[in-house]
Write a protein that binds this ligand. Structure first.
Ligand SMILES: *Cc1c(COP(=O)(O)O)cnc(C)c1O
Length: 387
């Protein structure tokens, strides 16, 4: 079976993990900081804070920006559940933003519309999701968000390694927060690098970074100079606000350090595969690759093709089943979040035309570093049956 995505682990990864297992620290040890420093360097960030997964990274982002009850967070309708759920964890409400049906991304226009429609509400933040690894015009999104006093969280679970080119031609790595307050990453095995489970946030703000470190570990302050309670002692620590255990282990981080070294080669391989898929489907009248944005030098996490299932004469479920019978795994990224019963019960019926059009046609094809040329050829051949 060729899955739609999978990790790529080599002997070096295995050796680095074994090294940690033989050492003194399985968690709370030095490899965590090594991982954070390497990640910060690779994405051009001042601070990187590792945490247990991409979902807890988003939750910590909400907490660090003091988002809470009575606040509204704008979230694109096409994304993984966690992008919106994080707002709900802190008691905030979600307004779903429509997407461009050709990219699945929130755009300046769809964001403007959502802001205008909800201008009487207490809009507090926007989560900008870089679906498949691609990013929209971050500078324009930043300008309009700041005009309305909104924080910007980039959900870059798909976009480790992506670069945004601004209007003056200057390049900004995703994670450097040139046009945002915080960026979150996920290192779940289907993402571009794998850590088993793992996540991180990056920020340029030292105070936010320090607070994130407290929040990920029960809010425990160990620095005596910062204690407020009047007690002291070699055993003493102090909790000044409610935190969590969202830490990541040294075992995960050892894998992360090793995987980060291969990021560039993973990105290059994925990019070559995306070009091959695009060329193969270019002349088809029933399928269209995602529109490629010029401002985004994309580190592709997913390969999504938009298929006209009505014209093909088969439902998506039938096509997926036929492909599965040939040993080819595909997936749908994503179901509009407002379709979920939880959100329907909260907010009632919502229909956003861009998200619906995108959802009707999207299909993710296998894309990962260890997909062989032969396997990709087999996928292309199978897909071209529907061209
Ligand atoms: C995977 C993913 C997350 C959550 O990451 P986990 O590490 O699985 O918790 C959040 N947002 C997006 C867009 C994702 O794809």
């Amino acid at each position: 079976m060729i899955p739609y995505g999978r990790h790529h682990i080599d002997q070096q990864d295995i050796d680095q993990v074994i090294e940690v297992l033989k050492g003194d620290w399985l968690t709370c040890g030095p490899i965590i900081e090594t991982f954070e420093n390497e990640l910060a360097q690779q994405v051009g960030a001042k601070h990187a804070i590792a945490c247990s997964n991409g979902t807890t990274a988003l939750h910590l982002a909400m907490l660090a920006l003091n988002i809470g009850i009575n606040d509204i967070v704008l979230v694109p309708a096409i994304t993984f559940l966690a992008s919106a759920n994080a707002a709900r964890y802190v008691g905030a409400d979600v307004v779903f933003v429509d997407v461009d049906p050709q990219t699945g991304l929130m755009t300046l226009d769809t964001l403007k519309t959502a802001i205008a429609t909800n201008k009487d509400k207490n809009l507090k933040a926007v989560v900008n999701v870089h679906l498949a690894g691609q990013c929209e015009d971050l500078e324009e999104i930043y300008k309009i968000s700041r005009q309305h006093g909104l924080f910007i969280i980039e959900d870059a679970a798909h976009a480790l390694g992506t670069t945004y080119t601004d209007e003056r031609g200057k390049n900004h790595l995703i994670g450097a927060n040139s046009f945002s307050d915080l960026t979150t990453f996920s290192f779940h095995p289907v993402k571009t690098i794998a850590m088993g489970e793992g996540g991180a946030l990056t920020t340029q703000d030292s105070q936010i970074a320090a607070r994130l470190k407290l929040l990920r570990s029960h809010g425990m302050v160990r620095e005596a100079s910062q204690w407020q309670g009047g007690e002291t002692g070699p055993w003493y620590y102090e909790m000044q606000e409610l935190g969590y255990n969202y830490r990541l282990s040294d075992i995960n981080c050892a894998l992360g350090v090793s995987q980060l070294k291969k990021l560039e080669s993973f990105v290059a391989k994925r990019s070559g595969m995306v070009d091959q898929y695009d060329r193969a489907f270019a002349l088809s009248s029933t399928m269209t690759p995602l529109t490629k944005l010029t401002a985004s030098r994309t580190a592709w996490h997913l390969y999504i093709v938009l298929m006209d299932f009505a014209k093909i004469g088969l439902s998506r479920a039938e096509v997926m089943k036929q492909l599965k019978d040939k040993g080819i795994g595909t997936q749908v990224h994503y179901i509009p979040l407002y379709h979920q019963p939880y959100y329907k019960n909260l907010y009632g019926m919502i229909t956003l035309p861009g998200a619906e059009a995108y959802y009707t046609s999207c299909l993710s094809l296998p894309l990962y570093a260890s997909l062989t040329q032969k396997q990709q050829d087999a996928v292309i051949k199978a897909i071209l049956n529907y061209a």
